[in-house]
Design a protein around this ligand. Structure first.
Ligand code: C2O
Ligand code: CU
Length: 455
């Protein structure tokens, strides 16, 4: 996110004047060098269901300009219902969501439900559908059949509007899942560049300043032995998270539970990507670190930063982990054949980003017949990584450079490495004109977006 920073008019602040006095007298001992106190972790405020009927969750999302204080700075942006992040929508599988967007911006907008397989009319894309004009509203309604760690954001003027703060979480939980003592939702946003520099500043995205739900490195206080589950969402326009934490187990991705838990050295989440992780704090503090990451494949030097602290009191032993209903599953065999090929090309110097040599909206629409699973092959011939996102359907990763993943991997957003080829199996079971694009929003805006038609 890149906010418009307001001029700071408040110069009589207590801390500032104390520091000034200390410096004036050259008495360094009176300067407080203790690290600033970290804020307490808080989940985004949960949306209230406006509909008493069972199985229907109804709410209004009013988009409007809003100023906030983020990481100590007053910033001018946009918000849903005056909240940044927007209200947390939490439902269960099988529920119907009915959400009305009231557009209080002075520009058109939409809501896209990232990760949800919705009917095409509900997908919130302006492709063959008009956006919601300023002052107008639109009601989105659809059933949520699968568990997802999803999110919602505009899909019109996307780079700018997401940047300014229009995003929130759509969490669809399976009622069979255990409930942890601490259930966290972490919306991670990066703050790398000054607005004047624009989104394309810097070939390698080294920005490593992050907020979680608008808070800088918040701390969650727990009792040792508590169970902690976190849904982590990278909602930044272009920053990559490369996460590690003592004892962190990855139990799920963007589309529900994984077949088995894993403990990778680094959990990499590109823009738009999500994961579900579990922590078991004993008596030691846990810090969730993000390490410097290069989308150009360069070795990154520099210190990791903590984006979340989990600080226990007490001396209970660590929790052994909740009893998740994992369903072990091997990757599907590759059926062979390639229905659609997407070649990603472009470079940071020209800001031209293409799929198959084409720039959205001047694209060739690939068409698949409904109900016939098909393989999409995505190949990255550019010098940087790209998070590939498909609307309307989740897909299975069959192979990465010919090698199947260790376990069945269902995604809607997958990072494509440099010179990498991934084969993806899509069910082609949802009729519509689905956007397929890079979720680095400046790349999508620069043209790295196409349309896959299922008919
Ligand atoms: Cu999260 Cu096409 O978007
Ligand atoms: Cu990209």
């Amino acid at each position: 996110m890149i906010w418009l920073l307001l001029a700071c008019t408040n110069s009589g602040d207590d801390v500032d004047s104390q520091v000034d006095e200390g410096l004036d007298t050259q008495d360094t001992e009176t300067v407080d060098t203790a690290p600033p106190e970290r804020p307490s972790f808080a989940n985004p405020q949960r949306a209230e269901d406006q509909n008493p009927a069972q199985g229907v969750f109804e709410l209004t999302l009013s988009a409007a300009p809003q100023s906030f204080v983020v990481a100590g700075q007053e910033v001018q942006g946009y918000a849903y219902n005056g909240q940044n992040p927007g209200p947390l929508i939490q439902v269960e599988t099988g529920d119907t969501l009915t959400a009305t967007l009231e557009n209080g911006l002075d520009t058109a907008s939409t809501i896209h439900w990232h990760g949800a397989s919705v009917p095409f009319e509900m997908d919130g894309v302006p492709w063959m559908k008009d956006p919601v004009q300023a002052g107008e509203s639109k009601t989105y309604s659809f059933e949520l059949t699968e568990p997802i760690t999803g999110w919602y954001h505009p899909h019109f003027d996307t780079e700018r509007q997401v940047d300014l703060g229009l995003y929130g979480v759509l969490l669809v939980k399976d009622p069979a899942w255990p409930v942890a003592e601490h259930e966290l939702v972490l919306l991670a946003d990066s703050w790398g560049e000054a607005p004047e520099e624009g989104h394309h500043a810097g070939f390698v995205f080294q920005e490593n300043t992050w907020t979680i739900n608008g808070l800088e490195s918040p701390v969650l206080d727990v009792q040792s032995g508590d169970s902690v589950v976190a849904h982590i969402l990278n909602v930044s326009n272009m920053g990559y998270l490369s996460l590690s934490a003592e004892g962190m187990r990855v139990i799920g991705g963007e589309q529900g539970l994984n077949p088995a838990p894993t403990s990778p050295d680094r959990l990499v989440l590109g823009p738009g990507d999500r994961a579900i992780v579990e922590f078991s704090p004993g008596s030691q503090e846990i810090e969730l670190l993000t390490h410097p990451y290069s989308v150009a494949g360069e070795i990154q030097v520099g210190e990791p930063v903590s984006i979340l602290g989990i600080h226990p009191t007490g001396s209970e032993a660590a929790h052994a982990g909740l009893d998740w209903p994992f369903i072990a599953a091997a990757p599907s065999p590759d059926p062979g054949g390639t229905a659609v090929r997407y070649v990603f090309q472009g470079d940071e110097q020209t800001g031209e980003w293409r799929i198959n040599g084409e720039t959205f909206p001047d694209v060739t629409i690939a068409t698949l017949p409904e109900g016939e699973p098909a393989v999409i092959e995505v190949r990255n011939l550019s010098a940087t990584e790209h998070p590939f996102h498909l609307h309307g359907m989740s897909f299975e990763v069959l192979s990465v450079d010919g090698v199947p993943p260790d376990q069945r991997t269902i995604e809607d957003t997958v990072n494509i490495g440099i010179r990498q080829t991934q084969r993806l199996l899509i069910p082609a079971d949802n009729v519509g004109d689905w956007m397929a694009h890079c979720h680095i929003l400046p790349h999508a805006e620069g043209g790295m977006m196409t349309v896959l038609r299922v008919e």
